[in-house]
Design a protein around this ligand. Sequence first.
Ligand SMILES: NC(=O)c1ccc[n+]([C@@H]2O[C@H](COP(=O)([O-])OP(=O)(O)OC[C@H]3O[C@@H](n4cnc5c(N)ncnc54)[C@H](OP(=O)(O)O)[C@@H]3O)[C@@H](O)[C@H]2O)c1
Length: 249
Amino acid sequence: MNKRFEGKIVAITGGSEGIGFATAKAFIAEGARVYITGRRQDRLDAAVAELGPAAVGVPGDVANTGDLDRLYARIREDHGKLDVLFANAGVADSDALPLGDITEQDFDRIFGVNVRGLLFTVNKALPLLSAGGAVVLNGSVAGSKGFPGQSLYNATKAAVRSFARSWTADLKDRGIRVNVVAPGGTDTQLMRGYLEIRPGADEMLNQMVPLGRLGRTEEVADAVLFLASDQSSYIAGAELVVDGGLAAI
Ligand SMILES: NC(=O)c1ccc[n+]([C@@H]2O[C@H](COP(=O)([O-])OP(=O)(O)OC[C@H]3O[C@@H](n4cnc5c(N)ncnc54)[C@H](OP(=O)(O)O)[C@@H]3O)[C@@H](O)[C@H]2O)c1
């Protein structure tokens, strides 16, 4: 198999579980050296052990800019460059949070990771990113939907979609492409937490999705690798939806 990422340096925030982990695995299978982050050290260690010697774990929270500085200092020290950045880390509340119940703490927590954290993840990577490099942002179909009780999360993902447009313009002279992958319901810990407290929600979701099931993390990873590879060399500022058709109908 032709390895698309031989010799490439990749950073993935929130790579110790779920979509980020599956993506790390896929990049490594195609020759990359991958730096993953996460807040729980034990989970990060377990992920690195499973991924093997091409993976490096750097503990950290994307909401903490000091942690991002440590991540990029480590990559600079090891390789002096970064070819691909997957800004993946994000949080969602399992419980519904309808308008009227939202507190300032809720806003700061969710926007702090999904918007502020993602913005500084990319902002701080810029000095290291190579010409011709690729940035993939993890959005969501929620960014273009009005899922009830989820307005904070939905709005953060709409902001992510918007960032890809503006940053494509901002980075045009450096040849760095920025795109969004927008998963629908994908079988991860985050999604399981949401479904567990809503009996029957999995059945309802499957009926809403034309392909009739949740997505697999590997299916999102395939889309991320496409957006990061030369195969998408003329795609910039775009959103690639991986949702079994949910948002299309
Ligand atoms: N699953 C879905 O259905 C779905 C659908 C659309 C979009 N998404 C998006 O996909 C992304 C990943 O979600 P997932 O479903 O894969 O979640 P997940 O299974 O819960 O995994 C999240 C990963 O991110 C890390 N993480 C969480 N908060 C972090 C933070 N503040 N700083 C650094 N790392 C952090 C977690 O490790 P620690 O907890 O140890 O930090 C873990 O490695 C999110 O942006 C989410 O919004 C998911």
